[in-house]
Each structure stands twice: as structure tokens, then as C-alpha cells.
Design a protein. Structure first.
Length: 559
């Protein structure tokens, strides 16, 4: 009984019907028009589609598929509206909308919809909730515009599956070794084993072993983003710090572009459960937190470019210019460096052969699926390693937690140490390091060594999760800003007078809090020297940086 009433409630939140008063308010943002039976309002693959509220008649939302035929996603009735999270980003539509009989609707442009969600808080809440729930439903029903054909033993397949999952893009996965459907596709498109992984976009374009940037291009992730104009602020990195900066900048009227090399969420996105972030007493997965923040940034109009890496920073003149991996440049009056950090790698010569094919840098649902019922190794003594060990102990047969130190007390929170000590499925192996990885294509076994005794042991372990201390992502900064001896960006009062003179600080005022040795360039989150490596501090610094960006922009504006 409780279950069915919850299902009903979820259905009502996903497909709410607007009241007459709400319909009247919505109409003010668009125009009413009659529509004949069979009119297609938008098709899968269309960009920047309009938003429709049905006043009379019925409308089918369909996922077209050349091979399998149409799938009815939902039939809208009067009072309901179209759209899911793509409505806010202007990305290509995942579905097609077609009138069932004659009807009447309100048609609202993407700009009109954005205005509606930032001005009408009641409708904003209702629409945002429905958009997010619809995206969740598309993901769980695998109703997307893309099919990934690959192998669970292939690193490239895992990389793309992770990229799609972390970008919350619904997709169908077909495994060449397990799914009959995969074989049909292999025959139809004349695919060879070396073509794997293959991505099929909208049943038409076939990408063989694509890069993440090629996947993003095929799915139109960045299609609506303009790169020519000078932005108020460009944020580099869409981890918690960068997404926070984007939300505050966009909600305060700044023209903001975020560049993200991979997918929103950063390191936090690879966490199975964050338990110490304020306001989430039962914890929240990094992916869910990132998804919410990403949608929030888009609601306020921030542009977030996915799979676009900042390769260089030209700080010789203002506006500053950022060089992207495809050779193009974007310009900005202020820059927020939020490029975070990444895990150190294992010191094993053939590591590259096994990355994503047995060696992973995140412990989310995607990787966990691969090691159900198997023995796994987690390397690292910090909270992220502890979290991964606890999470994986519920899925794997046994978890070996390897640390170089003599214990965990100096590096891990007490609550995680207790859970590890109490779990029969986790063995802590102190003073132990991995010294060898073996396998042909995918990891088959490894050797670990006890550094106290020198003893080396062979282990038939096929999955290693590396969660060792992090190094900052700062090589792209060249010599624009002062770094500390470990490569983290120095800011504010940490910058010594001689360092400022050395980098040519041109102003009479000293750098503000979070400001680097270059005026108008700020650093926030894990990439910043002295930052507490936590989600909360990254989010806090991201929001503070925007206050300071306002001051920089005000100083540039002639009075
Ligand atoms: C597995 C795991 C679990 C964790 N659990 C917790 C926890 O429970 N609680 C907690 O408080 N903290 C936790 N942390 C730490 C927390 O995730 C980090 O402190 C936080 O993510 C830092 O945010 P950030 O935005 O500064 O950097 P990051 O999260 O590192 O994000 C940086 C982003 O910048 C992008 N980027 C890098 N270089 C470029 C470039 N040149 N161009 C464009 N984009 C670029 C990266 O792809 C990345 O998305 C955990 C970390 C991990 C890895």
C-alpha cells in the first residue's frame, strides 16, 4: 500500500498537471497556438527545443530507434508539460514529441523558459523537480539516444561508460561477449574487434574507439556554447569548487563559462558516499551531488563545456586567454582556477596497460559492478581509500586495504577506521605496497611486498583501486601564477612580497583572499595551497571567489 502511494506520488512529481492559475502564469512567457493531429513538435537530435505546455489534447513522447522501432516514453495529457534537464542546457533532445489528436498548447522559447525558472519560484521548483526525475527515469529505463557496444574487459569501454554515467547521459550498453543485440550491431555496421568500443549516436553516427571529446561532440554536449565572446569569468574545472563558483556567478548575473576536462563532479564525483557534507545526514553519492549542482548552475544560465581541457593560460594581457585542447581560445576578464587534484599513480612500470582494465581511480557503481564476488585491493590510507574499502566490502568477496604506513590513525577519520576494523570483509595490510601487475590486456594477478619483512606475495587479484595522496592539476598554468614547492597555487597572504615582485604584481593593493600572484586570477578548492581537502571547503571557496571577482570587474568598469 505504502509502495503504491509512493509510486503515485513519484508519478505526480514527474508528470505534474499545472493548475489553472499556474497555466495562466506560464502563458505569459510564450504564445498559445492550435496544433493538428500528428504535428511533430521536436525530434530526437534537435537542439535548443521549445518548451510546451499542453492545454488541450494529448502528446506522445517517443524514443525512436531504427532497429527496435519506437518506444513510447510517456503520453502527456492536458495540463502537463514537455522537457527534462536538457531543456536548461540547450543540449540535443533525447526524444521526439508528436501530437496524438488535435490540441492546443503554449509554446515557450528556451530563453523564455530560463526567465520563468529564475522569476517564478513555485513553478521553478515544480519544473526543476520534474526535469530531474524524468532524467533519472530515462537513465534507469536506458532510454537514451546512444548505444555503447563494448567488452567488460576493455579499458576504453569502461572509460566511455564512466563518461556517460558521470554526465548522467542515458544509454544502452551491449556487451559483445554476452548480448545477442551486440552481435546484430557488429554485423550490421561491419565492426571488427579492434573497433571496440563503439558508440552509436541516434542510430546513425558510428564512432569507433572514440575519445571523450568525440563522444561529447557526437551527443552535442557543447553545441549551444558560444566560445567567441569575452566572458566575465571563466572557471577551469567542474568539481565541487568550480560548480559552486558557477552557481554563484550565474545567479548573480555574471557571464560565466566553465571548462571541464572530463565530467562534472571532479574527485567528489568518484565517491560512492559523502557523509560529512552539511545537510545530508544519510550521506549523498558524489555523482548525485554533482548532478544537482550541475543542474543548478544551468538553471541560472552558466555554460558548462564538457570534455574541454584548458591546455594553457595566456596572462600577458587582459582579458586573459585560455587555450583549449583543440587549439581554440576563450577570453575572460577574470579566471577561477578550480582544476583540483588527481591521485598519485602506482610506481609500477606497466601500469598504463591496466588503467581502466583492472586499475581504477574511482570506486563508484560503474567500477563496483565489475568486481562483484571477487577479491579486490584498495591502495591508500586516507578517507577516500577508507570509503572505497567500506563501499566495496558490500559488493566484492573480500577487500585488502594496502597502506605503506604502520596504521591509519594519522590519515583517516575515526568513524571509517572503526568500520574497517569491524568488517570481516576487509583486511588492513600495513607496510605493504604493490610491486607488480600481470595480465594480457586486463589485470589477472599482482604482487605485493611487505616493506618490513621484504616478503613478496603473488595474489590472484583482478581489481585494484588506487586512492593515494593527490597531486595538483597545475601544469596548464605555465608560469602565470606562483606555485608552492608541491605545485599547489599560492594565494592571498601566503604570497611573499618577493614572490609578487618576481611575478610582476602590477597593483598597489596586495592580492585578495584566494587571489593568485596575477590580478583577477583566483584559485579555489584542492588546487589551492593550504586548502583543506574537503567538499565543503571547495564549495565555500568557490562561492567566496565570486564575491572577489565582482570587485575585480567593478575596478575594470569605467565610472
Ligand atoms: C573517492 C573520493 C572520496 C572523497 N570523499 C570525500 C568525503 O567524503 N568528504 C569530503 O569532504 N571530501 C571527500 N573527498 C575529497 C573531495 O572530493 C575533494 O576535496 C573535492 O572534490 C575537491 O574539489 P575541487 O573542485 O577543488 O577539485 P576536484 O574535485 O579535483 O575537481 C577538479 C576538476 O577540474 C577538472 N580539470 C582538471 N584540470 C583541468 C583542465 N586543465 N581543464 C579543464 N578541467 C580540468 C577535473 O577533470 C575535475 O573535474 C573525496 C575524494 C575522493 C577522490
Amino acid at each position: 500500500m505504502a509502495d503504491s502511494s509512493q509510486t503515485m506520488e513519484r508519478r505526480e512529481q514527474t508528470f505534474p498537471r499545472l493548475t489553472p492559475a499556474q497555466l495562466e502564469r506560464v502563458t505569459a512567457y510564450g504564445r498559445r497556438r492550435a496544433v493538428p493531429e500528428g504535428e511533430v513538435l521536436f525530434r530526437q537530435g534537435d537542439e535548443a527545443v521549445n518548451f510546451y505546455v499542453l492545454l488541450r489534447g494529448e502528446m506522445d513522447i517517443i524514443r525512436p530507434d531504427e532497429t527496435a522501432g519506437e518506444t513510447l516514453v510517456v503520453r502527456h495529457v492536458a495540463g502537463e508539460f514537455t522537457g527534462e534537464t536538457n531543456m536548461l542546457s540547450g543540449r540535443r533532445s533525447l526524444v521526439t514529441a508528436r501530437m496524438v489528436g488535435d490540441g492546443e498548447l503554449v509554446e515557450i522559447s528556451p530563453a523564455g523558459l530560463r526567465q520563468l525558472v529564475v522569476t517564478d519560484s513555485e513553478l521553478s521548483e515544480l519544473l526543476m523537480r520534474a526535469f530531474i526525475l524524468r532524467r533519472v527515469a530515462l537513465i534507469s529505463r536506458h532510454l537514451g539516444d546512444v548505444v555503447l557496444v563494448g567488452s567488460r574487459h576493455d579499458g576504453g569501454t569502461l572509460r566511455i561508460a564512466e563518461f556517460l554515467t558521470r554526465n548522467a547521459h542515458p544509454h544502452t550498453y551491449l556487451d559483445v561477449e554476452r548480448d545477442e543485440g551486440a552481435r546484430t550491431i557488429v554485423d550490421r555496421f561491419h565492426l571488427r574487434p579492434e573497433d571496440i568500443p563503439v558508440l552509436i549516436c541516434r542510430s546513425t553516427r558510428v564512432l569507433k574507439a572514440p575519445s571523450n571529446a568525440e563522444v561529447a561532440e557526437c551527443l552535442g554536449f557543447n553545441a549551444s556554447i558560444e566560445t567567441e565572446k569575452v566572458r566575465d569569468v571563466v572557471v577551469v574545472g567542474a568539481g565541487p569548487a568550480g560548480l559552486s563558483a558557477a552557481v554563484y556567478a550565474a545567479s548573480e548575473g555574471l557571464d560565466v563559462l566553465v571548462l571541464e576536462a572530463n565530467a562534472p563532479g571532479g574527485q567528489a564525483g568518484s565517491s560512492s558516499k559523502i557523509e560529512n557534507y552539511l545537510g545530508f545526514p544519510t550521506g549523498i553519492s558524489g555523482q548525485a551531488l554533482a548532478g544537482r549542482a550541475f543542474t543548478q548552475a544551468q538553471k541560472f544560465g552558466a555554460d558548462v563545456a564538457i570534455a574541454r581541457t584548458a591546455r594553457g593560460l595566456d596572462c600577458r594581457a587582459t582579458p586573459y586567454a585560455l587555450e583549449l585542447d583543440d587549439g581554440s581560445r576563450v577570453r575572460a576578464r577574470a579566471v577561477v582556477i578550480a582544476s583540483g587534484a588527481r591521485y598519485r599513480k602506482l610506481d609500477v612500470p606497466n601500469l598504463a596497460h591496466f588503467e581502466n582494465a583492472g586499475v581504477y581511480y574511482g570506486a563508484t557503481f560503474v567500477e563496483a559492478q565489475l568486481c562483484e564476488g571477487e577479491e579486490v585491493v584498495v591502495v591508500g590510507g586516507g578517507n577516500s581509500a577508507g570509503q572505497a574499502a567500506v563501499y566495496l566490502s558490500g559488493i566484492a568477496r573480500h577487500v585488502h586495504l594496502l597502506v605503506r604506513a604502520g596504521g591509519l590513525a594519522d590519515t583517516m577519520s575515526r568513524y571509517l577506521i572503526r568500520r574497517i576494523e569491524e568488517s570481516p570483509a576487509i583486511t588492513l595490510r600495513t607496510r605493504t605496497e604493490i610491486v607488480g601487475l600481470n595480465g594480457n590486456g586486463a589485470l589477472d594477478s599482482l604482487q605485493w611486498r611487505n616493506t618490513a619483512t621484504g616478503q613478496v606475495e603473488d595474489q590472484p587479484v583482478r581489481h585494484v583501486f588506487c586512492m593515494m595522496g593527490a597531486t595538483p592539476n597545475t601544469t596548464w598554468l605555465g608560469d602565470c601564477v606562483k606555485l608552492d614547492e608541491k605545485g599547489f597555487v599560492k594565494t592571498g597572504q601566503d604570497l611573499l612580497p618577493e614572490e609578487l615582485t618576481g611575478t610582476g604584481w602590477p597593483l598597489t593593493r596586495p592580492p585578495m583572499l584566494l587571489e593568485t600572484s596575477r590580478p583577477g586570477i583566483f584559485a579555489v578548492g584542492d588546487v589551492r595551497a593550504g586548502n583543506v581537502k574537503r567538499v565543503a571547503s571547495a564549495v565555500g571557496e568557490g562561492s567566496i571567489s565570486i564575491q572577489l571577482v565582482h570587485r575585480v570587474l567593478a575596478a575594470l568598469t569605467p565610472v
